[in-house]
Design a protein around this ligand. Structure first.
Ligand code: NDP
Length: 501
């Protein structure tokens, strides 16, 4: 990253962010003229007013998306055409990375270092990877007798709604847009109300990259209006959602009460970080423990907040994680030296602080952190020892920098506590014994298990949850593109000349 604190602030002061909706290739105010303010969480100041799209806007975007889908300019184009456009988009994101990084940071409170990792590297990589996949996705031929040829072909599924969270605004857009567009679908994106600006800027770049009008629409707005209108629209074929388990449930209801659209859900988590008794407490392990919890200020669905550590190691582990937590610098998100930026809103800061108070009230021992500072919405990373499985900090998704350490007596106890949750998104296991690693990985009911290092995987590996963390749908990997494709069988009867021997 070339940005410094001074250059990031200079760039931030020059930005004139666009808050208009993007429908059918044009930026426009909401039909009713409604707006809402987007706030910089590091200062509490309004950045700009943003269009609040209502049912009329959603309907207009769906009509544009359906028209573009039926026209076939994108959906039935040669896959190379979609590939080239997505590769151009990847390059445009790279070329405009500094602006997007600063825009994302002021809108979300995320550090520019995290934004640069996501936007400078991962976001373009997603457009590139799925662009490349567009012309490498083959159908199948089923085994039949000679009287038939049975083709199994994939077709774009239609009009797709993508409803996004605020914790990785542009990255989540890329996770979902890239495979949906590569598949040939037309798309409506609803960014989270807290973080609409980077996705609106991406829409401009997508147009410049040659994605035809109507194929990509961005509808900022509030969940109960814009999100619900997408969920209930009778002409949307698929909704892919990332956010809370509660709202994921609403989308199932919206689908049931409208057109039975397919709903893909990626929701919350309460993921364990398990250290078995044979693990070495190396600096690397401690770094993974701290980063798994505090990366992105803990505002991460796969954050490993339940740290289940064999009791023979728990005391030293707690001491060293505490030392590491104290070294995190909390503050100005535009300073590359900052490790943890602001919580996304004042309400969220209050909610997280409530969990820190409950942790102490329920008997956990606060080893460090847990203070809040202003005028932005900052929280110092908190480490609790002596957490027990029934405490609220052990059971509920906090979505902030609150790590709890729970000593366990052996592998089976770790497994039993790790499994005792409604969620099933992620788990990390540290052990030197490959047999124990595989045993744990097989028995942990979650979508991703990482061994001897915290990782969500990458663009090539599917990501999603078991239980209330998700549906069978997956982001990332070839699996993500599959969920935006229909499967069609074409059965061709072939008249065989009669054979005389
Ligand atoms: P939500 O689930 O409320 O929001 C996710 C998306 O759904 C946003 O675009 C939101 O719009 C939209 N939405 C909200 N309400 C409705 C509704 N009634 N109908 C249709 N769409 C709706 O998450 P929050 O952002 O409020 O965060 C709350 C908690 O959810 C967090 O503290 C965390 O526990 C969890 N979460 C999990 C995430 C994950 O990665 N799995 C990501 C974000 C949050 P709007 O922005 O206007 O509310």
């Amino acid at each position: 990253m070339t940005l410094t604190k001074d250059s990031a602030h200079a760039l931030a002061s020059k930005l004139a962010p666009n808050g208009l909706a993007f429908i059918d290739g044009k930026f426009a105010a909401a039909a009713e003229g409604a707006t809402f303010d987007t706030i910089n969480p590091a200062t509490g100041q309004v950045i700009t007013a943003v269009a609040h799209c209502g049912g009329t806007d959603v309907d207009r975007a769906v009509k544009a998306a359906r028209r573009s889908f039926d026209d076939g300019l994108w959906s039935r184009a040669a896959p190379e055409f979609r590939k080239e456009a997505l590769l151009r988009l990847a390059e445009l994101v790279r070329a405009n990375a500094d602006e997007l990084v600063v825009l994302e940071s002021i809108d979300s409170g995320k550090t520019i270092t995290d934004c640069a990792n996501e936007i400078g590297r991962e976001v373009p990589n997603f457009f590139q990877w799925y662009g490349e996949l567009a012309d490498k996705s083959f159908g199948k031929v089923a085994p039949t007798g000679e009287n038939a040829l049975a083709l199994i072909v994939k077709e774009p599924a239609g009009v797709v709604g993508l409803v996004l969270p605020w914790n990785f605004p542009l990255l989540m857009a890329a996770w979902k847009m890239a495979p949906a567009l590569a598949a040939g679908c037309s798309v409506l994106v609803k960014p989270a109300e807290q973080t609409p600006l980077s996705v609106l800027r991406l829409a401009e770049l997508a147009q410049e990259a040659g994605i035809p009008d109507g194929v990509l629409n961005v509808l900022p707005g509030l969940g109960e209006t814009t999100g619900q209108a997408i969920g209930r629209h009778p002409d949307i074929d698929i909704v892919s959602f990332t956010g809370s388990t509660e709202v994921g449930g609403y989308f199932l209801r919206y689908a049931g009460e409208s057109n039975l659209k397919v709903i893909g859900l990626e929701m919350g988590g309460k993921s364990p970080f398990i250290v078995l008794d044979d693990a070495d407490l190396t600096d690397d392990l401690i770094e993974h423990a701290a980063m798994s919890a505090f990366w992105n200020g803990g505002q991460n669905c796969s954050a490993n907040m339940r740290q289940l550590v064999d009791r023979s190691l728990a005391e030293e582990f707690a001491h060293r994680v505490t030392v590491r937590a104290k070294a995190f610098r909390v503050g100005d998100p535009l300073d590359p030296a900052t490790n943890i930026g602001a919580m996304v809103t004042a309400e969220h800061q209050t909610r997280v602080m409530g969990y820190i108070e409950r942790g102490s009230a329920e008997g956990a021992r606060l080893l460090t952190g847990g203070g809040s500072t202003g005028p932005g919405y900052f929280i110092e990373p908190a480490v609790f020892a002596d957490m027990t499985p029934t405490m609220s900090i052990a059971r509920e998704e906090i979505f902030g920098p609150v790590l709890g350490i729970l000593p366990v007596a052996g592998m089976e106890m770790a497994l039993q506590i790790a499994r005792d949750t409604d969620y099933g998104l992620h788990a990390t296991v540290f052990t030197k014994d490959i047999d124990r690693a595989i045993y744990m990985a097989r028995r942990l009911p979650c979508g991703t298990v990482s061994v001897n290092g915290f990782s969500e995987g990458d663009v090539k590996t599917p990501f999603g949850g078991y239980k209330r963390s998700g549906s069978l749908a997956r982001d990332n990997g070839t699996e993500a593109m599959d969920q935006y494709l229909q499967t069609k069988t074409i059965w061709i009867s072939t008249a065989q000349p009669s054979v005389s021997l």
